[in-house]
Structures are given as structure tokens and as C-alpha cells.
Design a binder for this molecule. Structure first.
Ligand SMILES: [Zn+2]
Length: 527
């Protein structure tokens, strides 16, 4: 007897009971070897047997009809037929004697009247199985829908209760699902941002997947959450517990409609605008670009689109921000260092007060001396020892000295300590830089940099910053101030003799900072 091996598994069959085509062939070959069956042809088909019209099945029958084979080897009768037409064909072939043997590892068949009867039942069972399954499923679903029970997989925030076969609330996910509606209703978030939020909140689908943008869109439109259900494009009342109010749902639909409309050019609030200029002296602007991969980038560029501007480069926000941070790092002073510096300043203040007292005292002594000289000069003149011209010239010199001394005394007495406030402010602003680095508040960074900077140029993708002198000085130290800063900024290089670190500070307010410089120089010479 010559057998044809026939294996079939439909791609839509997810029944794990049914072996894959490869596994069927393997099992059948093993079975054939054991039973010593001669295989003359082998057919495999990835088609359903629910409908007639399988090509390989037809080819097989044609071979048998032409007498090339007279037996079929298959895994189970249901592999051969699951519809009455194909099942009938097989039985008719058996009746005509064209098929002499049918072998199934899972089903015993003999071409006897009893065997044929059994085979008919087997094919019939398959058909009945398919029919009843289809019927049961649709009837069951319709019945469920009529009863107000969702007949399918529960949406996010619910689960299918296997005991009651109803839909229950998933209390763990409910607050997050509600929050999705609330967030979206504010109009401040788009679908992508909501999907990102879900990821951050570790909210997963019932199958354990990330919530996609499409999923968010679907969820926001699902009437299920207000206690209804849409089955076959028809809205039904449902018995499950609603999660949100109709009012919130309606608001969300409104926002969806609004956002669905073609967007007007959105006014972005880019960071660091108004701070930088192009070397061509035009302002720097920013714009958002979406790459083909869907990612968004912010670019900074010159506002001048035509003309003599040489700057063709676009600087990405991700490249600009580290540069700004790096500069802030250079002029930053940590809080505990700031306290130290301010304490030192207070000490300086006391010392300077003492110093000022002594200086004023000395100046006053000098002033007295000049007044004494002036008196003497008058005496000498009156004794006619000197001429009127000599008297006038000497007097003028002494009077000028007197005026200068009086001015100095007034300075020391009135504003001798005025350097303290600018110095304190300066130190506090260095601390603000450190705090900004921590808070990452870009708007405040912009304000801070505008306040301390005189010029900020974006050239060749580099931020060139020309801060006011003391900051320049701090930044020039190259690196975080607090690292090498055991003492205040202008103490940093206090060990050097140049005193260069002090002089520029004095330039901020020449009248104010000078005493600090002298006080420090004195301090250095005494230590
Ligand atoms: Zn330019």
C-alpha cells in the first residue's frame, strides 16, 4: 500500500493541543517507520479545514484518484476535514475503494462499515466542534451583552473575574486610570505626554505592556469608563462599575476634539532666550524640530536668516545647557562656603572698623599739624620774614592738603564700610549660582546670567560669556570655586604677592571695595 502523508495546521489555530506542521510530519514519519508504511508523497498545508477549497488537499485526492496512492497518513481525522464537503469526499473515496487505508496515530480506523461509521462521526465531530464553538461564542457574547456584561477582555483598570465571569474593578490601577482622564482634561498634556506619564508611573496594560500613545487615545474615548460599553459599534448599558463621571468624560472628548484640530503655531517658551547674541549682533532664537525618528529637538540659532551672518551652525539645547551649567559651576559657591565667607566678611568689617578708626585718628592728627603750620605761616608772615607771594604760595599748598585730609576723614567716617554690602551681595550671588545648579531652574538661570553678564555670545556652537569683572575673576580660576576655596574667592590666591585677585573686585565700586583690598593686604602681610 502506498501512503500519502498529510499534515495541516491553520495559521489561525492557536490551539496548543494541535501539533505544529513540522511536529506532525516528524511524528507521522516515525509512525510510518514503526508500521512499515510506504510513503509516496507528502503534503502540508497551513490552511483551515473549516472551509472547502484547500489546494494540497485537492492535489492529494487527485493523486489517489489516478491510482498513485491508496492510503492516507495523517495525525487525526480533523487534520483531513472539518467541513462536510471534504469529509464526504474522503468517505466517498473509501466507498469507491480508492482509499484502502486511513492511518492516524491518534485514531484507529478500518475501512469496514463500522470503521466508516466511526470516521463519519470523527469528521462530523470536527464539524460539530467548529459549528458549536462558533455558535456558542457568538450566542454567549450576545447574551452577555444583553445582560450588560462586557463579553471580551476587560479594559485597563478592570479585570475579568474568572469566577463570576463578570468585570471587576482593578483597585490598584484605578487611581492611575482616573488620573489619565483628569490630566488630559486640563488640556495641558498631549497623548504622548500622557503615555510618558504612564511609563513613569509604571502603569502597564493588562497584558503587562507599556501604554502606547494609541492606547491612551483609545482609553480616553472608551465609554466603558462611564459605565457603558460599545459592542459592534452599538452602545449598551453595562453593569460594571464606572470609574469616572460623564462630566469628566465629556470634558476629555472636548479636549480631544480641540487638540485634533490643526494646531496653530505653538508659542514655545524656550529657555535662555534674550540672553545670547550672535557675533553678527542679531539675537539668538530657538525652535523645535522633529526628526524623522519622531524625537523632538530644540535648536538655538541666529535670528538673521539672510545677510552677512557667518554663523550657520545650529546648537542643540542639550549642547547649550551643559555650557551654561559649566559656567555657573565656575562662579558657584556652596552654601557652607558662603557662610564661611560671610563670617569672614563680618570679621573683616570689625577689623576694618578698627582700621578706619586708627586711620581717621591719624588723618585728624595730620590735619591738626597742617592747621598748626598754617598758624605758624601766618605768624612768620606777620613778622615780615617772608614775602606776601611766599606766604600765599605756601598757604595754598597747606590749604589744599587740609581740604584733601578733611575729605579723606569724611570718607572714612561716612562710607568707610560701604564696601561690605556689595561684597556680601557678590558672595550671595555666587551662592545663588550653586543653588541654581541644584534647582535647574532655567528661567532663573537666565535672569542670573543677564544680571552678572555684560555680554553673552553664541559663536561656533560655543557660549562665550563676558561676565562683570569679579565673576570673570572667579570664572578665570577655571573650575568649581568651592574646590580650591578654603576661603573666600578673593582669598583664593591670597598667598601670592600680586594681589591681583583683589584689585578687580575693587573696580566694581572703587570707593567701596578699596578698603577691603587694603584690609586684606594688611591681613596678608601680618599673617
Ligand atoms: Zn548671526
Amino acid at each position: 500500500m502506498k501512503y500519502i502523508l498529510y499534515a495541516r495546521k491553520s495559521t489561525e489555530e492557536d490551539d496548543r493541543q494541535i501539533l505544529s506542521i513540522e511536529a506532525q510530519i516528524f511524528e507521522l514519519k516515525e509512525f510510518a517507520a514503526k508500521e512499515k508504511l510506504e510513503i509516496v508523497a507528502s503534503f502540508q498545508e497551513a490552511k483551515t479545514a473549516k472551509e472547502p477549497g484547500r489546494i494540497k488537499f485537492a492535489e492529494m485526492l487527485s493523486l489517489i484518484e489516478r491510482g498513485k496512492a491508496d492510503g492516507i497518513l495523517s495525525w487525526n481525522p480533523d487534520r483531513l476535514a472539518r467541513n462536510s464537503v471534504d469529509g464526504g469526499k474522503i468517505i466517498h473515496f473509501v466507498d469507491r475503494g480508492l482509499i484502502k487505508a486511513l492511518k492516524f496515530p491518534t485514531f484507529w480506523f478500518e475501512p469496514t462499515p463500522q470503521g466508516l461509521f466511526m470516521l463519519q462521526i470523527a469528521f462530523g465531530q470536527s464539524k460539530y466542534y467548529v459549528d458549536s464553538l462558533r455558535e456558542n461564542v457568538t450566542r454567549g457574547m450576545r447574551q452577555k451583552v444583553r445582560n450588560g456584561v462586557w463579553p471580551s477582555k476587560a479594559p485597563l483598570g478592570y479585570f475579568n473575574n474568572p469566577k463570576t465571569r463578570g468585570i471587576d474593578v482593578d483597585s490598584e490601577k484605578v487611581p492611575k486610570v482616573k488620573k489619565i482622564f483628569e490630566l488630559y482634561a486640563t488640556g495641558n498634556y498631549n497623548l504622548r505626554e500622557i503615555a510618558e506619564w504612564c511609563k513613569r508611573m509604571n502603569l502597564k496594560s493588562n497584558l503587562g505592556n507599556d501604554i502606547s500613545i494609541g492606547k491612551v487615545h483609545e482609553l480616553l474615548q472608551n465609554v466603558f469608563y462611564i459605565g457603558l460599553m460599545k459592542y459592534k459599534s452599538e452602545i449598551h448599558e453595562a453593569t460594571h462599575e464606572p470609574l469616572i463621571s460623564k462630566k469628566l468624560f465629556d470634558k476629555v472628548q472636548e479636549v480631544l476634539r480641540e487638540k485634533g484640530k490643526p494646531q496653530k503655531v505653538k508659542k514655545h517658551n524656550f529657555a535662555f532666550l534674550g540672553l545670547m547674541k550672535c557675533p553678527c549682533s542679531a539675537a539668538i532664537t530657538a525652535e523645535k524640530k522633529i526628526k524623522p525618528n519622531g524625537r523632538e529637538y530644540t535648536y538655538y540659532r541666529c535670528t538673521k536668516k539672510k545677510g552677512p551672518c557667518q554663523e550657520k551652525h545650529f546648537l542643540r539645547a542639550e549642547e547649550l545647557y551643559p555650557q551654561i551649567k559649566s559656567f555657573l559651576q565656575k562662579v558657584s559657591l556652596l552654601s557652607h562656603d558662603t557662610e564661611k565667607v560671610l563670617a569672614e566678611l563680618d570679621k573683616e568689617k570689625e577689623q576694618a572698623k578698627e582700621q578706619a578708626k586708627i586711620t581717621v585718628q591719624n588723618l585728624k592728627t595730620e590735619l591738626l599739624e597742617i592747621e598748626r603750620k598754617l598758624e605758624k605761616l601766618l605768624d612768620v608772615y606777620l613778622e615780615e620774614t617772608i614775602t606776601a607771594e611766599e606766604y600765599a604760595s605756601r598757604k595754598e599748598k597747606l590749604v589744599k592738603q587740609k581740604v584733601s585730609l578733611a575729605e579723606q576723614i569724611q570718607d572714612f567716617e561716612q562710607k568707610g564700610l560701604s564696601w561690605l554690602e556689595p561684597a556680601r551681595e557678590f558672595v550671595l550671588s555666587l551662592n545663588q549660582a550653586a543653588k541654581l545648579l541644584e534647582s535647574e531652574n532655567k528661567a532663573e538661570m537666565t535672569t542670573f546670567l543677564k544680571n552678572i553678564g555684560s555680554n553673552c555670545i553664541l559663536q561656533n556652537r560655543q557660549l562665550l560669556f563676558s561676565p562683570k569683572i569679579p565673576y570673570d575673576l572667579v570664572a578665570a580660576e577655571g573650575g568649581p570655586v568651592h574646590k580650591n576655596l578654603q576661603f573666600p574667592v578673593w582669598w583664593t590666591h591670597g598667598e601670592s604677592d600680586s594681589g591681583l585677585r583683589i584689585v578687580p573686585i575693587a573696580k566694581v565700586d572703587p570707593s567701596g571695595f578699596e578698603p577691603l583690598a587694603s584690609a586684606l593686604q594688611k591681613r596678608r602681610s601680618t599673617s
